[in-house]
Design a protein around this ligand. Structure first.
Ligand SMILES: [Zn+2]
Ligand SMILES: [Zn+2]
Length: 133
């Protein structure tokens, strides 16, 4: 059995860590971001475990609503020029500290996400070395 893989992510613009040690989800530091919805703005903490969609937010985000994600350090938008293949919402991307990037859908309730490595064989080996056990 493989244990949960917790991912350490950075902002693609300023390369600051997005990890929040103070707020733990599933026993791991969470990923803290600023979010902007149609009505309000606030913060969100996403679970850093791959394929876990737990999160806590200071905003009430309705099921199906699309929110904008911003880096809490440099305040740049984290949306990438890519549409979700499942629902058409913009995708959001972070840099993985071990190399590569993780991309998630910006729509609440959509489960589309993937990890892309620059060099799959070496990066994947590194990934499991860091987080595999
Ligand atoms: Zn940043
Ligand atoms: Zn989607």
């Amino acid at each position: 059995m493989r244990k949960h893989i917790s991912m350490t992510v950075e902002c693609p613009h300023c390369l600051s860590s997005l990890m929040d040690e103070k707020v733990q989800l599933s026993g791991h530091p969470s990923v803290k971001l600023n979010v902007v919805s149609v009505e309000d703005r606030g913060t969100i903490n996403l679970c850093s475990v791959y394929e876990c969609f737990d999160h806590v937010s200071s905003l009430e985000i309705k099921e199906g609503e699309i929110v904008d994600f911003y880096c809490p350090h440099c305040n740049k938008e984290l949306l990438v020029n890519e549409e979700c293949k499942l629902c058409g919402a913009p995708m959001v991307s972070f840099v993985l500290r071990v190399g590569g990037r993780v991309t998630i859908c910006s729509r609440r309730g959509c489960s589309n996400h993937y990890v892309a490595f620059n060099d799959l064989s070496t990066e994947l080996a590194k990934f499991y070395e860091h987080y595999g056990d």
